[in-house]
Write a protein that binds this ligand. Structure first.
Ligand SMILES: Cc1cc2nc3c(=O)[nH]c(=O)nc-3n(C[C@H](O)[C@H](O)[C@H](O)COP(=O)(O)OP(=O)(O)OC[C@H]3O[C@@H](n4cnc5c(N)ncnc54)[C@H](O)[C@@H]3O)c2cc1C
Length: 382
C-alpha cells in the first residue's frame, strides 16, 4: 500500500522537517504536538551542511534561509586564546555544495511550522501507538494513519510503546551544559569559536540579528550549588559572555545519550530524531541528524510501493550513520575532557584531525537527492 496519510508525533525540528518533506511529496500529514504553540528555548545552533542538504531535499531551505545566515569561519583554540586551526566555512560550504548556517531554535521552528504545509494540532499529547498505525492521545481520542512517526524527542511516548524498558533508559555521562544568548553582536561576526578549556569545551556563535550564542560544559560535580555556570579558570571572553547573559536567556541541561538500537520501528510505526537516537552534543549534530532522518525517510516513503517495507528500509539505512555519530560524539566528549595539558598538546600537533572531527560528520550524506521538479508540489495552504 502506498502512503497517503501520515501522523507525526512531536512538532520539534525533526518532526516539522519531515512534515514539510512529506507534504511536498503529496502525502497528507497531521502533526500532534503536546505544547500549546511552537516553542523552543531561544538557543542558537549550527545547521551543518549535512542538515542544510536535508532541508533542501525537504523543500524547506529557502524558508529557513530567511532567518539564518551562513557561517563564515570556525576557529578552534585553547583557553589562552591561541589558535589551533581555522576552518574557512564559506569555502568548505562551497566545496561540499551546501553552507553551514547560524540560526536560533525558535526562529527555525517558526519557519518550519509556517512552511511545512501540515495540519499541526497543538495540545495533543500522545499516550501510545499500535504497530497497525493507531495513535491514542492522553485525552482518550484515537487516530489512525498509513504510517506513524514518533518524533517526540528524548522521552518519546512512541518509543516506550514500541521498545522494551531496557532500551528506553538514558545514560548520564555526568556532564552539565550551560547555554545562553547575549543581545549584542559577536565581534567575529557570523562565525563559530570553539574553545578547549579547563572543564571541557565551550563555544561562541554569532547569530543573525546582532546576537551572540555561547555554550559551556563542565563535569556535573563541578556545578556550583546554585546551578550557575562553572566558569573558574575559563578565558575572560567566556566569563564576560556568561556575566552579560540575561537570566531569562540562560539554560542548564544535564547531558544524556543512549546507545542506538538497530530495530527501532514496528509495523506502520517508526522513530526519528532524538526519539530514535540521542547523542552527546559535542559535535553539534543532534538536531542535524533529526533533519537528515526526515529527508531520508521522506524520500523512501514517497518511492514506496509498500509502507512498512519503506520504514524498515529507512531504519536500516540510518542505523550505521547514527551509530557512527553516537561513537564520534562520545569520542569528542572524552577528548575534550582530557587534562588540558595532555589535550592541548595533542591538539596542537594534529590540527587537521581536529578540523576533521567537526567537518567529517557535517558533510552531506550521499544519496540525499534533491526534490525532483515533478515532486516539488506546493504544500496545501491551511
Ligand atoms: C545541551 C545541548 C546542546 C545541544 N546542542 C546542539 C547543537 O548545537 N546542534 C544540534 O544539532 N543539536 C544539539 N543538541 C541536540 C538537539 O537539541 C536535539 O537533538 C534535537 O532537538 C532533537 O530534535 P527532535 O525533533 O528529535 O526532538 P525535540 O526537539 O525534543 O522535539 C520533540 C517535540 O515533541 C514534543 N513531544 C514530546 N512528547 C510528546 C508527546 N507525548 N506527544 C506530543 N508531542 C510530544 C515536544 O514538545 C517537542 O516539541 C543539543 C542538545 C543539548 C542537550
Amino acid at each position: 500500500m502506498s502512503v497517503r496519510k501520515a501522523i507525526i508525533t512531536g512538532g520539534g525540528i525533526g518532526g516539522l522537517t519531515l512534515a514539510g518533506a512529506l507534504t511536498r511529496r503529496g502525502i497528507d500529514v497531521t502533526v500532534l504536538e503536546r505544547a500549546d504553540a511552537v516553542r523552543a528555548r531561544g538557543l542558537g545552533f549550527t545547521v551543518w551542511p549535512n542538515a542544510t542538504a536535508a532541508l533542501h531535499s525537504a523543500g524547506l531551505l529557502d524558508a529557513v534561509r530567511k532567518v539564518a545566515e551562513p557561517i563564515t569561519s570556525a576557529t578552534l583554540r585553547v583557553n589562552s586564546g591561541r589558535k589551533l586551526t581555522v576552518i574557512d566555512m564559506a569555502s568548505w560550504g562551497e566545496r561540499v555544495g551546501f553552507p553551514a548556517l547560524s540560526v536560533t531554535r525558535p526562529e527555525l521552528l517558526t519557519v518550519l511550522a509556517d512552511a511545512c504545509g501540515a495540519d499541526i494540532r497543538f495540545r495533543c499529547e500522545v499516550a501510545s501507538v499500535t504497530p497497525q498505525g493507531g495513535v491514542r492521545l492522553t485525552s482518550g481520542e484515537e487516530l489512525r494513519a498509513d504510517v506513524v512517526v514518533g518524533a517526540d524527542g528524548v522521552g518519546s511516548a512512541v518509543r516506550r510503546s514500541l521498545l522494551p524498558a531496557h532500551q528506553n533508559t538514558l545514560d548520564q555521562p555526568m556532564i552539565t551544559g550551560w547555554q545562553g544568548v547575549v543581545p549584542r553582536p559577536w565581534l567575529g561576526g557570523i562565525a563559530l569559536d570553539m574553545i578547549f578549556g579547563p572543564t571541557g569545551a565551550a563555544g561562541i556563535l554569532g547569530l543573525p540579528g546582532d546576537r551572540t550564542y555561547w555554550f559551556l560544559q563542565a563535569p556535573t560535580v563541578r556545578m556550583p550549588t546554585d546551578g550557575s555556570p562553572y566558569t573558574e579558570g575559563w578565558s575572560p571572553v567566556i566569563k564576560e559572555l556568561v556575566a552579560a547573559t540575561p537570566a531569562d536567556s540562560l539554560w542548564r541541561d544535564d547531558i544524556r545519550d543512549r546507545k542506538p538500537v538497530s530495530d527501532w520501528g514496528r509495523g506502520a510505526v517508526t522513530l526519528l530524531g532524538d526519539a530514535a537516537h540521542t547523542i552527546m552534543p559535542n559535535l553539534g549534530q543532534g538536531a542535524c541528524l533529526a533533519m537528515e532522518d526526515a529527508a531520508v525517510l521522506a524520500v523512501r516513503l514517497a518511492a514506496a510501493g509498500e509502507a512498512t517495507a519503506a520504514l524498515r528500509d529507512y531504519e536500516k539505512a540510518r542505523f550505521p550513520r547514527v551509530r557512527g555519530m553516537y561513537v564520534n560524539a562520545r569520542r569528542a566528549a572524552r577528548m575534550q575532557r582530557l587534562s588540558p595539558f595532555v589535550r592541548d598538546g595533542l591538539l596542537s600537533v594534529a590540527p587537521f584531525a581536529l578540523s576533521r572531527m567537526f567537518t567529517g560528520p557535517g558533510r552531506p550524506i550521499p544519496g540525499l537527492a534533491p526534490l525532483a521538479r515533478k515532486d516539488r508540489r506546493s504544500p496545501p495552504t491551511r
